[in-house]
Design a protein around this ligand. Structure first.
Ligand code: CA
Length: 500
């Protein structure tokens, strides 16, 4: 770690101890599920997924799979298929249904003890948003006539210019010209965003997945350096506001940044996604290497989060999301590896996020649309969507067939999610290192004052020997095989021991 970063972390940790109240008291740590609404479940036969379709699939989500929360990718009116460029923050996309459909989904989800997070995209709007088209609201965005010496019109991000010409002026848009960035130095913008959060929280939404959180004060906007501190300061203000409306509100940020910057955002929001973890897990399975070394690095990162973001920080582990190649392809569509990969993040502390279709081994890579193809329910399923053809999933076994097969990936997911729900130490316990005595068997200890568990995950396609401390540890859960006395672990097996 850079010395500068280390000093910054120490300073932040000290500041946190001295002045900050808990950002979020989040004991709840069930598994969440990310849904691309267009691709998930269709209620009215037009082939386009919608909110009522999700409501109709709540039994699958809550009972079959056992997830406790949903993250709905953007549900707002938008000119794009994906919705990350919003034109109205207080409405539902007509493709997806009505406000009544949203209310119904919230009620039905809550009746099953599930929470629902909306995807709030406030770094930028659509260029079709009325604010961007309103000459009175020019200072809601970043405009320049090119005379300001602090602005570099040549500035590029991801290979394209961030300043875009319109008339005789330029406006700032970090992702593409159709997504102009909002100006968070404008108090009216800040207030509007807090009002929008209030609107949804009062409707019954349980919180937000927050898009592009590190770009609020982004590169090129305030000089040449991305100002993560200024972005974090805004998110601290936003978090305090959301918690004042609903003290149980859950926020999780997309900060696809180096660890120290992620941790700063995590301090402000209480939770951020654990980018890179999925890639590490895939590499460990595919390329070999020591599980102990991997765990050591993971524990060091979790420790850093605790130091910077505080003891109530909630990690959000995941394998891949809607912006990344699906994990099944990276694992060569190997069901054994898929099971082990699932265990490697579903049995960690925090709030894990499953990307829809991951539990049945859906594949997809390359253009974003290919990572967001129709959930495969089965040919006979009335809620099957068809918004896009997929060249990737012609051989993927759909939900209805996997449900009949206890050896399927879907059964492994429901088993692992069920184990997490059944053992309090897996949900809310701390994590410490434990040596399995075998570099190809990942192992760690999860414990609360009342319960101590040892998790073993076999990263190999062959049975492996493991070391269990002594006979006071009993095998209490296994993805397959007998329980009771210690024994070798099955190929890509998952075994959990509990101390008597
Ligand atoms: Ca529909």
């Amino acid at each position: 770690m850079h010395k500068k970063a280390y000093i910054l972390i120490l300073a932040l940790a000290l500041a946190w101890v001295l002045v900050m109240p808990c950002p979020q008291a989040q004991a709840e740590s069930g598994v969440y599920y990310e849904i691309f609404v267009r691709a998930f479940a269709d209620s009215d036969g037009d082939g386009v997924g919608d909110l009522r379709g999700i409501t109709q699939k709540l039994d699958y989500l809550a009972d079959t799979l056992g997830v406790e929360g949903l993250w709905l990718m953007p549900t707002f009116p938008s000119p794009s298929y994906h919705g990350y460029d919003i034109t109205d923050y207080r409405a539902v996309s007509p493709d997806y249904g009505t406000m009544d459909d949203m209310t119904e989904l919230l009620e039905q989800a809550h009746a099953r003890g599930m929470r629902v997070l909306l995807d709030l995209v406030i770094n930028h709007t659509s260029w079709e948003h009325p604010w961007f088209l309103d000459p009175e609201k020019r200072d809601w965005y970043h405009w320049t006539d090119g005379q300001d010496p602090s602005v570099s019109l040549e500035r590029q991000m991801w290979g394209r210019p961030v300043w875009n010409k319109r008339g005789s002026q330029w406006y700032y848009a970090i992702f593409w010209e159709g997504m102009p960035d909002l100006n968070f130095d404008n108090p009216a913008v800040r207030q509007e965003m807090k009002d929008i959060a209030t609107f949804w929280l009062e409707l019954g939404v349980d919180g937000f997945r927050l898009d592009a959180v590190s770009h609020i004060y982004g590169s090129g906007e305030t000089g040449s350096i991305q100002d993560i501190g200024a972005s974090a300061e805004w998110w601290r203000e936003f978090t305090a506001h959301c918690l004042s409306v609903n003290p149980d509100c859950i926020l999780v940020g997309e900060a696809w940044e180096p660890m120290d910057e992620r941790a700063q955002i995590g301090e402000a929001l209480g939770s951020v996604f654990h980018f890179d973890l999925g890639e590490e897990i895939v590499n460990l399975l595919r390329r070999g290497g020591s599980a102990e070394v991997w765990l050591d690095n993971l524990l060091r990162r979790l420790d850093m989060y605790q130091q910077v973001a505080g003891p109530d920080f909630v990690d959000a582990p995941f394998l891949s999301n809607h912006d990344q190649d699906r994990v099944a392809g990276a694992l060569r569509n190997n069901i054994g590896m898929g099971r082990a990969a699932a265990a490697m993040y579903l049995l960690l502390p925090g709030r894990p996020f499953v990307y829809y279709g991951e539990e049945i081994g859906m594949q997809g890579a390359g253009p974003d649309e290919e990572k967001r193809t129709p959930m495969l329910w089965g040919e006979e399923d009335p809620q099957q969507t068809s918004w896009r053809e997929s060249r990737y999933n012609t051989k993927t076994v759909p939900v209805d067939v996997q449900l009949e097969d206890p050896a399927s990936l879907l059964w492994a997911y429901r088993g692992l999610i069920g184990a997490r729900a059944a053992f309090p130490a897996l949900r809310d316990g701390g994590i410490t290192a434990h040596s399995s005595g075998n570099p190809r068997v990942a192992a760690w200890r999860r414990s609360t004052p009342e319960q101590s568990l040892l998790v073993y995950i076999n990263l190999e396609a062959t049975e492996q020997q493991i070391k269990v401390p002594d006979r006071t540890w009993r095998l209490v859960w296994s993805l397959e095989g007998s329980l009771g006395e210690a024994r070798p672990i099955a190929p890509y097996g998952v075994d959990i021991y509990e101390k008597n």
